[in-house]
Unconditional design. Sequence first.
Length: 425
Amino acid sequence: MKQFYTISILFLLPFFCFSQNTYKPGYVITLKGDTIHGFIDYREWGSNPNSITFRASISDSKKRTFSPEEISYFSVNDIESYQSYTGKISMDMIDPDRLSTGRDSSFKIATVFLKVLQKGDRLTVYSFADAVKTRFYIKESSDAAPVELVYKVYYNNSALNAGDNGKSIEDNTYLKQLLSIGQKYNVWNDSFQWAIDHANYSKGGILNITSRINGLAKGFYDKQNRDQKDFDLFIGIALNSTTTKPAADYQRAGGGTYTSVLPAASFGINFFMNPTTRKLIFRGEIIIAENQYKSNYVNKLEPYIPIKYSYNQLAVAFAPQAIYNIYNADNLKVFLDFGVALTLSKYSNEVYGSQDGKTPVNSINTNNPSDFSTYSTIILFKAGVQLNKKIGLFAAYQGASSVSNDVYFQLNYTSIQLGVNYFFL
């Protein structure tokens, strides 16, 4: 573990001198219509922010906090924009585990920030996410205020619909709303109807329809959604340095420590808490690594003869991880990573016996050197940098794991990897 800390510190030292600056250029528009340029504290917002912190300049020590009651609009340049909204917000649940019985029309009146998803000549599209659910709103250019696109899911236990008792019902009113607007602007055709028929209540599903109403080219829609993907895929290669150490009786008998340096490979998927900032990431990764152990020693227990013990190990692990970018610029990210590696191992080429091959194995020891442990759960730490969005360099440490189930042949191994990842955007 000390080796890992040393490597990580040396690896990240050039970047620790940078303080993480979360203030991004942007502007706010007051209720009077005045525009104030400055810097907005752009955070990892899992839901729509209740307020924002604003500085007139990046070095200004004076901060101002703005709520949706105090400003009509704010924008973090080239990242996100929000509009203040006062009106109805539906409060029914759409989580399958929390559905109501019967159609729930409950709502509250509140003033909030709506996130701007798309601005067009005909429609502006917004979203609002909180602990209840994510909702989508639209506003035609002639409308005074946004209107929620209605989507509800509930259980129907009505006696009038006995055949549907206990079944969940989807109310897709939002499709009727969008279809009506599409007909109003004379954009209805087979392609538009196909988009309606295959839509779902999600950002991608909504924008696929509204892009057609706004007359946006498919390339623009595709780019808009590609830039805001919730996930990406990656592959990686690494040098895997594994140190295997003896313990208990095998250590007292003279078994040695051995370090092998062999290749490792990985592939996986990253899910972004916020696709725009990509600061907090949840990762699922498959890691394939090799390890060897070799020990030639003179047995310190009877019989006092030279012994050889060796094997090869192939480990395949599924590693769920949480990653946090402690420095998070567009083209440079410095990250820390914690996870667990759920590991299956296959052992081969196992050799145990006297070095001259003359003494029978059962005369050396009555225990079983081939009783390998095939499954283990290993703590995983990583640190590194990601460059230009496609290349990542990392150092990884895997905590101690046992090799053998046998009480005599106790061996534990730890691994350090230095590697590179390639991300498919």
